[in-house]
Design a protein around this ligand. Structure first.
Ligand code: NZQ
Ligand code: ZN
Length: 386
């Protein structure tokens, strides 16, 4: 096992009716800004519930945060925070709203010039951030219990991530019943994103980490079992609860302790979203199967373990079992309603050069757990994803 630091201070309040507990976790004298997206929380009653739970506190709101949030939108939020001397942020939504809140929390107190510098330095220049909490409405990204965020600068088509120990939510409220109103497309996206987060931390090379491996395999198997049930019966509380906790556990730092990490699929996926507007999970579902096929030899031992323990594949030689495991993975994404080819999204080979140029511009030229995913490998992966 590799050396590691594990730090995660986020307080999780899980279960039905937990929004009422906001009263216990937001300071009574806080000047609160509620951040939210395109309005789903106003339609499904979550916003009213939040307002009620905040009681007499001074509350203002900022709505209209878009999926794959933009720097341009968030500049206006930072201004609002500073002008109104807001001292507590409350994100109510999915990964886009939570990521935005992390960025605003850090940018509002940033002393290093233009806030875009935070993305350029990937968060290493953050020394403080406003306190914030989250109310999760879409299980997918794990942002509710980690310190990372992704922001897009529309003017230059750059989707960049940052990370800072100052950007953990103080608390996150996870009420699975608040996910009942999710559109089918977002249920599928959420399960696929969480699944691929686990894969990026698990499917690398062995370092003798049986606890992390079995945690990872447990999350994968649960997503495979529960994901399709949510599509058929969207108001099954237990299914939603299990999916929600899977997504959080998939990217809160537990399964990445002491193991190598890949993330090449995510980095290529971010360029696809920045250039073509695909949903985050759609990009991953396109790239991952090809990434595994092209890097089959480098990932051979873990692929065999994955085939046996996650998909129960025991017959045939090594290559047959590996190929079948990748095919099962791809079928699972399709079963969740997330298409797995560039052509499914009206993209063809002509899009590849621009994606490669963007990877190069963002210094994503040696990706993966061994830093051996060169531009040439990324090109092969994209070609195989057509
Ligand atoms: O904006 P509203 O109207 O709220 O609608 C949203 C949005 O259109 C809707 N939605 C959310 N909860 C709902 C709901 N609709 C009905 N009922 C509900 N309960 O869902 C749509 C998508 O929301 P979004 O927040 O964009 O989705 P997601 O949670 O998948 O977040 C994606 C973003 O997170 C980043 C992605 O790159 C992308 O920008 N990621 C963040 C990570 C992190 N911080 O650790 C890791 C991930 O790999 C990912 O990169
Ligand atoms: Zn992701």
């Amino acid at each position: 096992m590799l050396n590691f630091d594990f730090y995660n201070p986020t307080h999780i309040l899980f279960g039905k009716g937990r929004i009422a507990d906001l009263n216990k976790v937001v300071p009574l004298d806080a000047k609160v800004l509620i951040l939210y997206g395109g309005g789903s929380i106003k339609k499904n009653g979550v916003f009213d519930e939040v307002k009620l739970a905040l009681g007499e506190r001074q509350v203002s709101e900022f709505g209209g945060i878009e999926p794959n949030p933009t720097y341009e939108t968030l500049l206006a939020t930072i201004e609002l925070v500073n002008t109104n001397k807001i001292d507590f942020l409350l994100a109510v939504g999915g990964g886009s709203v939570i990521d935005s809140t992390k960025f605003v929390a850090a940018a509002a107190l940033f002393e290093g010039g233009e806030p875009w510098a935070i993305l350029e330095k990937r968060g290493n220049n953050i020394s403080k951030a406003l306190p914030f909490g989250t109310i999760l409405t879409l299980p997918a990204t794990g942002s509710e219990m980690n310190s990372g965020a992704v922001v897009t600068r529309r003017s230059i088509n750059a989707k960049m991530s940052f990370n800072s120990r100052h950007c953990f939510p103080q608390f996150s409220i996870l009420d699975p019943s608040k996910t009942f109103t999710l559109p089918i497309r977002q249920i599928g996206n959420g399960a696929v994103d969480a699944f691929i987060h686990v894969i990026e931390q698990y499917l690398t090379y062995p370092v003798n980490s049986p606890v992390q491996d079995r945690f990872a395999e447990g999350i994968l198997k649960t997503l495979i079992e529960e994901g399709p049930k949510a599509l058929v019966n969207p108001e099954d509380y237990d299914v939603r609860a299990n999916l929600m906790w899977c997504a959080t556990m998939a990217l809160n730092g537990v399964i990445s302790t002491g193991v190598p990490q890949d993330w090449a699929t995510h980095m290529i996926g971010h360029e696809l979203t920045a250039l073509h507007g695909l949903d985050h999970a759609q990009t991953l579902a396109i790239i991952l199967p090809s990434m595994l096929r092209i890097r089959k030899d480098a990932k051979r031992e873990k692929l065999l373990q994955y085939a046996e323990r996650v998909w129960d594949l025991r017959d045939g030689n090594d290559d047959i079992r590996i190929d079948a495991a990748i095919k099962h993975t791809q079928n699972f994404f399709e079963q969740m309603g997330v298409k797995t080819h560039l052509s499914d999204y009206a993209l063809n080979a002509e899009c590849i050069p621009a994606i490669l140029s963007a990877l190069e511009a963002h210094r994503m030229v040696s990706l993966g757990e061994r830093r051996d995913v060169t531009m040439d490998i990324s090109r092969q992966v994209l070609e195989l994803s057509l």
